[in-house]
Write a protein that binds this ligand. Structure first.
Ligand code: WTA
Length: 667
């Protein structure tokens, strides 16, 4: 976000106190903040005991003796799936609906907690029969169908580790994730429904395994698209053939609180996606706590709908683990919001009586563009709370969301968090906080956030700086799969005095300070409310999805016609940021096609390498890239061009005429 928009953001003066009736019935009370302020670690211990079932109770809460590697509740044991399923059934809630699933093509399926528990038990027996044990990695590459949730919970039930790969990722991306985690099994579908068509998934799995060197032993295939698939006898198995033979009884064994639960790959500042590792007890504690208190969950009466795909962390934490740990009733939808008509989401809210709705600003902006006449055709009066996640929500979108979707009365919680944080970190609590459109506002109880200057000192409000988490938290990432050095370097080196690195004396932080650097800029106002300003590194946010400029550059240069490439995220009204690439074609290839042809070819190539979400909006074929004398590409200048601005300071360029040539050419 540019300086100008920060200033205009902070001129936002509208305030919304909790509606009295909402406040009177709210789940969270102010006591949470007080208890957390008195003793943060004790607060999390109490929360973990209150919200989860422990097979063996823990006696240690936090072990931070070897930072940045934290252990929470380490001597306790639990089973994550038991917490999400069996215990609700045992408590007499077996008949409560766990979710209403709606396929894009109109198929529906409703599963109660008793039914979901039985399905997961069968699936756990099936995975066990396929040789999956504690600690084994299972890749899940599925559309948003019930089997996605069932698979995740079945893996968790066995103490194994899932790695869900978003169905929109390419075969190449799937292959690199399978290889990095050394997965033994892939669970996929023949295809899924999207935009009125079946998109194939099994094909991509076949492609990912084609070189024959994979660690994958079996491919379990759910029938969903009814599209034709290739079959490798001995390796491939139909889910429906196998599951019918399985027993619906399965005893959940307890695993240590720090038993790995999942790996989820996310884009960082370098070319290779990072496998973010989460474990069991701390993760489940914080997702359950935030789902309950941030969304004011009344499990007997609420219908919760989070629109995220389980391929992203939001789907892990607020479709699967948080809501199910809390015994919530949900809606799960397979397809796109505009199929078969522009009001599909609103139709589902009306149909199921959704009371709490959680989505991303990019979706809200796209609905704003279509206009209020579409949602106005549906009865949305069941809604009582709205949520936003994934990128800053600008005040105008916030107000539109509240007025048009929320009937002018629902609170909106703007929730800041990351794949790495596992659960919500900054958010209003809707029955307590007076809302400020555009600000994510305050750390949730038990979380310590600071805004620092580059030198590591806390900024005095009102001022901007870099967002850090100053104390370990239960759902924090436990590492990057297979790469502890990268974990330390990426998140902890900037503002911490880590034991081994403190001898260098280079740190500006006070001795013993260990702080997690989130990669986001933020402003803190005089009330102490936090306004997120976007990434400060080479990570882009396109439609609420994280993409790395370097990763897309690597994809581009992997094409034989490309000599060099630079990628920037350019401000875009619809998607927040859009991928814009500048590419130099190898001289012996320059006459093989026109610039338009090369551009189209390369856009498709990126889709093949990474997936459709990474498709550049524009690829400019250029003769030179702006570089400093030391050879570093100055993306800032390319961003000026891509956003149609006056080009900034070019004095550090090795050749200051380059920018003129580029911008003349694009005009
Ligand atoms: C951004 C998604 C502003 C931020 C849960 C963060 C936000 C990145 C917000 C993480 C918000 C997420 N306001 N920015 N409410 N929520 N972000 O890992 O830049 O896909 O670092 O996790 O999204 O994206 P991720």
């Amino acid at each position: 976000m540019s300086r100008n928009s920060i200033d205009s953001l902070l001129l936002e003066t509208r305030r919304f106190a909790p509606p009295p009736e909402f406040a009177a019935n709210a789940i969270a009370d102010a006591d949470l903040y007080e208890r957390a302020a008195q003793d943060r670690v004790q607060f999390w211990a109490d929360t973990a005991r209150e919200l989860l079932h422990w097979h063996d109770p823990f006696t240690q809460t936090l072990d931070w003796s070897n930072p940045p590697f934290a252990k929470w509740f380490a001597d306790g044991t639990l089973n994550v799936a038991y917490n999400c399923l069996d215990r609700h059934v045992l408590a007499g809630h077996g008949d409560r609906v766990a979710f209403h699933w709606e396929g894009e093509n109109g198929d529906t399926r409703t599963l109660t907690y008793a039914e979901l528990t039985a399905e997961v038990k069968k699936a756990a027996n099936l995975l066990a029969a396929l040789g999956i044990h504690q600690g084994d990695r299972v890749a899940i590459y599925l559309p948003m169908i019930p089997e996605a949730v069932i698979s995740m919970l079945a893996v968790a039930r066995l103490g194994a580790v899932h790695s869900v790969v978003f169905g929109g990722f390419s075969s190449e991306s799937l292959r690199s994730r399978i290889d990095d985690a050394q997965a033994k099994l892939v669970i996929t579908a023949d295809g899924g429904w999207r935009k009125g068509k079946v998109f194939p998934l099994k094909d991509a799995v076949d492609g990912a395994l084609a070189n024959g060197t994979s660690t994958i032993e079996h491919v379990l295939v759910v029938k969903r698209g009814n599209n034709d698939v290739e079959w490798t006898e001995g390796r491939d198995l139909w889910w429906h053939d196998e599951i019918v033979t399985m027993d619906a009884e399965h005893t959940a064994h307890a695993f240590e609180a720090e038993n790995p639960l999942f790996i989820l790959y996310t884009s960082g500042t370098t070319g290779k996606p990072k496998g973010i590792l989460h474990t069991s007890g701390g993760y489940l504690t914080q997702v359950a706590f935030t789902h309950k208190n941030v969304f004011d969950l009344h499990p007997e009466t609420d219908i919760f709908w989070c629109t995220a795909d389980v391929g992203w962390v939001t789907g892990h934490s607020y479709v699967v683990y948080g809501p199910l740990a809390n015994g919530a009733t949900q809606v799960i939808y397979e397809g796109t919001p505009d199929t078969p008509h522009a009001g599909r989401w609103w139709e589902l809210i009306e149909k199921y009586g959704v009371t709490i709705f959680y989505t991303a600003p990019t979706a809200i902006r796209s609905f704003m563009k279509i206009g209020r006449q579409v949602p106005n055709q549906f009865d949305l009066s069941s809604l009582r709370l709205l949520g936003s996640v994934g990128e800053p929500i600008n005040p105008e979108a916030w107000i539109w969301y509240r007025d048009v979707i929320g009937g002018g009365h629902t609170p909106i919680v703007d929730t800041w968090w990351q794949t790495e944080t596992g659960a919500i970190m900054i958010s209003a609590l809707p029955g307590l906080t007076t809302l400020k459109p555009g600000s994510a506002q305050v750390p949730i109880p038990g979380i310590k956030i600071d805004i620092l200057g580059d030198d590591g000192t806390r900024v005095d409000p009102p001022r901007g700086g870099l967002l850090v988490v100053s104390e370990p938290w239960p759902s924090m990432l436990r590492g990057i799969w297979g790469d502890p050095d990268r974990f330390r370097e990426t998140y902890w080196s900037k503002f911490s005095d880590l034991p081994e690195s403190s001898s260098s004396g280079a740190s500006a932080t006070a001795p013993g300070q260990i702080r997690y650097f989130a990669g986001d800029g933020a402003h803190v106002d005089t009330d102490g409310d936090i306004w997120l300003l976007g990434r400060v590194d080479d990570v882009m946010n396109v439609s609420g999805h994280r993409l790395s400029t370097t990763e897309i550059e690597s994809a581009l240069v992997s094409h034989p016609i490309v000599a060099e490439a630079a990628v920037v995220g350019a401000a875009d009204e619809a998607s927040g940021q859009a991928v814009v690439a500048f590419v130099i074609i190898k001289s012996n290839q320059q006459h093989a096609q026109t610039a338009d042809e090369a551009s189209a070819l390369l856009r498709d190539h990126v889709v093949g390498q990474i997936g459709a979400i990474a498709r550049p909006k524009r690829v400019f074929i250029v003769a030179e890239l702006p570089k400093t004398r030391s050879g570093k590409i100055m993306r800032r200048l390319l961003q000026d061009v891509a956003e149609g601005r006056e080009i900034g300071d070019t004095t550090t360029l090795a050749d200051s005429t380059v920018m003129q040539i580029i911008s003349d050419k694009l005009r």
